[in-house]
Ligand binder design. Structure first.
Ligand SMILES: Cc1ncc(COP(=O)(O)O)c(C=O)c1O
Length: 385
């Protein structure tokens, strides 16, 4: 075994290209309302490969919020969301005054179990807010069938899913809106940032106003500088030119990023699959291509109470870890206080929150790092059992 390493869970891949692109923006003095956001939107639309309208925004959560806000979903409406997700998925629903209805996940993929979606639908349900967890695509045929039957909007949270595909089509292009995140540990980063993606021209036009206070004309459309009107309520969810310049550079290496993640994931999964009782969240069908955000291991029964020790054992030898996510959202205090929490309602979400460990596979992880992670994972487990 090699000497102690330092392999963080995530590390943004920044080179001189990003540094120079940001520097150029700073030298040009136009820090917002410039051409870089449009360049990044065009490049992202090309990468997605569909007829999509892409709008840069300040985060994935603002994209989600804008989606519900613009669709007029609000008090009295229910939105079906996974219990196992980041709080942002659900906060966006709360912020518009609608009620989240939590659905349990499948233990093989960690994604919302489509069979449980149908059971949760009531006459107040207006939308399904799904998440492609860890970049593993959801069962889109089944979910779209349900949405169609009950006339529901579909909002895809693609925060971890840049590069994920279902039947060859990029996720985020199936529902009404796809929301992406460019937070530092994500596939590509702009520091903070996100993309609002939709196939509907009207929705894109409205959200392009909403993300900038609801002002009726963009900066470049103002014939008299400083003159505009506000026709709708809006937010300030814009991305800056520095971020967009960085995003353009990040996109040029997205294929390489996805390939490295896929190779690392495959190698790590193969090395860990011999360990008895350990399961790994992954795609469950050849129609699905994961974007391999990380490798999430669900511990076997005899190790479940020792998760913190396993994490400590890995961290002690420099292997960074994370948990996606440390609580099912309904167990978080805000939601527990508001809606009550019944553990038995979401057993699979609880199992993933309490017994899983997320291991790194991003481009900073080398092939030798993968071997090191696997060796140490096995060693720590043997020492504990
Ligand atoms: C599934 C999911 N949705 C939304 C978000 C929020 O993304 P952002 O930080 O860009 O708002 C995250 C963040 O990790 C996430 O994991």
């Amino acid at each position: 075994m090699r000497e102690i390493s330092s392999i963080p869970f995530g590390r943004p891949w920044i080179t001189d290209n990003e540094r120079e692109a940001v520097q150029q923006v700073l030298e040009g003095h136009i820090l917002t309302h410039g051409v870089r956001c449009k360049d990044f939107e065009d490049a992202f639309a090309k990468f997605m490969g569909g007829d999509a309208y892409c709008l840069t925004v300040s985060s994935c959560m603002s994209a989600l919020h804008l989606a519900y806000f613009q669709m007029g979903i609000g008090p009295g409406d229910q939105v079906i969301v996974p219990a196992q997700t980041h709080t942002a998925t659900v906060h966006a629903v709360e912020l518009v005054g609608a009620t989240p209805v939590f659905v349990d996940c499948n233990l093989q993929t960690g994604n919302m179990d489509f069979e449980k979606i149908e059971v949760a639908i009531t006459s107040d349900t207006k939308a399904i807010g799904l998440v492609h967890l860890l970049g593993i695509p959801c069962d889109m045929d089944q979910i779209l069938r349900i949405a169609d039957e009950y006339q529901l909007k579909v909002i895809e949270d693609c925060a971890l899913a840049v590069g994920a595909r279902y039947k060859g089509k990029h996720v985020g292009l199936f529902g009404d809106v796809g929301c992406f995140s460019f937070y530092p540990v994500k596939h590509i980063t702009t520091g903070e940032g996100g993309m609002f993606v939709t196939r509907h021209a009207g929705l894109a036009e409205q959200v392009s106003r909403l993300r900038a206070f609801g002002v009726d004309r963009g900066y470049s459309e103002r014939t008299v500088s400083g003159k505009y009107d506000v026709t709708v309520l809006g937010l300030n969810s814009r991305m800056s030119e520095m971020q967009a310049a960085m995003g353009c550079q990040q996109l040029t290496k997205v294929s390489q990023i996805l390939e490295l993640r896929s190779d690392n994931f495959t190698q790590l999964k193969a090395s860990l699959s011999g360990i008895e009782g350990v399961s790994i969240l992954d795609v469950d069908h050849p129609n699905k291509v994961s974007s391999h955000y990380c490798l999430s291991v669900v511990l076997p029964d005899d190790l479940k109470d020792s998760r913190d020790n396993v994490i400590r054992g890995l961290n002690d030898v420099g292997v960074g870890t994370s948990i996606y996510y440390p609580h099912p959202v309904p167990r978080l205090t805000y939601y527990k206080n508001k809606y009550g929490y019944q553990k038995e309602s979401w057993p699979n979400a609880v199992a993933i929150s309490d017994y899983s460990i997320a291991l790194p596979v991003a481009p900073h992880v080398t092939s030798s790092d993968v071997r090191y992670i696997a060796e140490n994972f096995k060693r720590v487990i043997e020492e504990i059992v």
